[in-house]
Design a binder for this molecule. Structure first.
Ligand code: HAM
Length: 437
């Protein structure tokens, strides 16, 4: 349809989020559950601005994100500014700025919205909220274990069983180290300067056709080495070589430790890379195991060297980002989202506008009993007001007219069951709480 000149569309900017109250209730449920779990692990909340100087992302974030996916603009003073596409560089900036004063180890979390210019599709939008949990100052394997356990406990708190999700784990260096061992058997070697590009290419493997992947591998590594990667780098050979590498040993120790602590749904995925250049150690991704939504839900890893960015020595850092879009898809797929409850407990319908003032005062008195109350201040018939309350899914309703004003006695109706009881004003709150609690 042709848009009338001067008329503004009600549609939001493509790929960003509007939350109507029912969506907001879901969002709040997600955030409350997240906050509850992470604070039990001692993680403390921080926050930063949505705007960052663009240079923060130039060196260490993935090329794809920086070149193709950031919202970057020049401000009025000629500075390059970026809407944060992720939180990790921001939190690293905060830690780096006060590294002398802060009491390490730090356990920090935040739930920011982040922006990426992506083609909107299921599980991928241009704006999402992301729980970020990061542990700074622990280089030991115990740090990786804690962070993965935290991810696991979050999934459990949302009601997921071990069969419904899987944690895929790898170590960034396992790929080049095992490949190098394979290459040596053919008198070849994997040059160090090619490693980062190889990891980037492997990360994009699923997005390329087999042929295109083969061509790019050959261009990067030469035909012989590309053949070794294509034909011999697979789960079975990696399994035989892994214990011969330092990173492989750490990975095996991690898998064993998690299993010993009761996490059974973990697997080593030799192709897991994760897109960011800053990961240096253990990386992991949580996957939905259902057929309908078989996709990555969230992930993270160790990134000790990100602090090079600020010209300082590395600080041990490990963490993850859990996105709200993929989490919500998961919870919907597995029917784990709680039913919507109206935040209002009692709806007061008014027989006639002359009772508005009385009804408003009654509402005020009831709120002092900690009841959530609204008065229908419209001019519709009582029947229509009750329909409104039902549509809003408010559990209880009373009607106020001259008789109620005089007697102080009300008919309290439970809208779903249509059950009614006669109550005095002072008993309304208790009668409602008895049913709702
Ligand atoms: P990431 O894998 O890019 O990692 O994002 C983490 C999660 O955010 C994803 O697994 C997904 O749940 C969600 N996500 C990412 N992009 C989108 C999108 N376009 N639409 C909806 N959801 C999305 C990071 O951002 C790292 N900074 C995480 C981290 C924290 N690593 C260490 N600490």
């Amino acid at each position: 349809m042709q848009k009338k000149k001067g008329v503004v569309s009600t549609e939001s900017y493509k790929g960003v989020r509007d939350f109507y109250p029912e969506d907001m209730a879901v969002q709040e449920y997600l955030f409350e559950t997240m906050r509850d779990v992470v604070s039990h692990f001692g993680y403390e909340e921080y926050s930063t601005s949505i705007l960052e100087p663009s240079e923060l992302y130039a060196a260490k974030t993935s090329e794809e994100i920086v070149n193709e996916q950031t919202y970057t603009f020049e401000d009025r003073g000629g500075r390059q500014v970026t809407l944060r596409p992720e939180m990790t560089p921001s939190v690293a900036r905060l830690v780096a700025a006060r590294r002398r004063e802060l009491a390490f180890p730090l356990r920090w979390f935040s739930i920011p919205n982040v922006f990426r210019y992506e083609r909107p599709q299921r599980g991928r939008l241009r704006e999402h909220w992301q729980l970020n949990c990061d542990l700074f100052g622990v280089a030991a394997l115990e740090g990786d274990i804690e962070v993965i356990l935290l991810a696991y406990e979050l999934m459990r708190a949302f009601g997921a069983t071990e069969r419904e999700f899987e944690i895929r784990i790898n170590h960034r260096s396992v790929i080049p180290e095992t490949l190098d061992l394979l290459a040596k058997k053919h008198n070849l070697s994997l040059p160090e300067e090619k490693q980062q590009d190889l990891l980037r290419l492997m990360d994009r493997k699923d997005k390329l056709s087999e042929e295109e992947y083969g061509i790019r591998l050959a261009t990067l590594l030469g035909d012989d080495l590309a053949k070794v990667v294509l034909l011999q780098y697979n789960a079975a050979t990696v399994r035989t070589l892994i214990a011969e590498t330092t990173s492989g040993k750490r990975l095996l120790d991690l898998l064993a430790a998690l299993e010993a602590r009761g996490v059974a749904n973990i697997v080593h995925d030799p192709y897991l890379v994760r897109g960011f250049d800053y990961y240096t150690g253990i990386i992991f991704e949580v996957f939905d195991t259902s057929k309908e939504n078989n996709r990555s839900l969230f992930g993270g890893g160790r990134y000790d060297k990100l602090f090079d960015l600020f010209g300082m020595d590395s600080i041990p850092a490990v963490g993850f980002g859990m996105g709200d879009v993929t989490l919500r898809d998961f919870l919907e797929t597995h029917k784990l989202l709680p039913a919507y409850h109206s935040p209002t407990e009692l709806y007061i319908a008014v027989a006639d506008t002359s009772s508005h003032a009385f009804a408003a005062q009654l509402a005020q008195r009831l709120r002092r009993h900690d009841l959530t109350v609204v008065v229908d201040l419209g001019e519709k018939k009582v029947g229509d007001q009750i329909k409104t309350a039902t549509k809003k899914r408010v559990p209880f309703c009373i009607v106020v007219g001259t008789k109620e004003e005089q007697t102080g006695v009300y008919t309290l109706k439970h809208l779903e069951s249509k059950h009614e009881i006669i109550v005095h004003e002072q008993d309304i709150a208790d009668a409602i709480f008895e049913v709702l609690e």
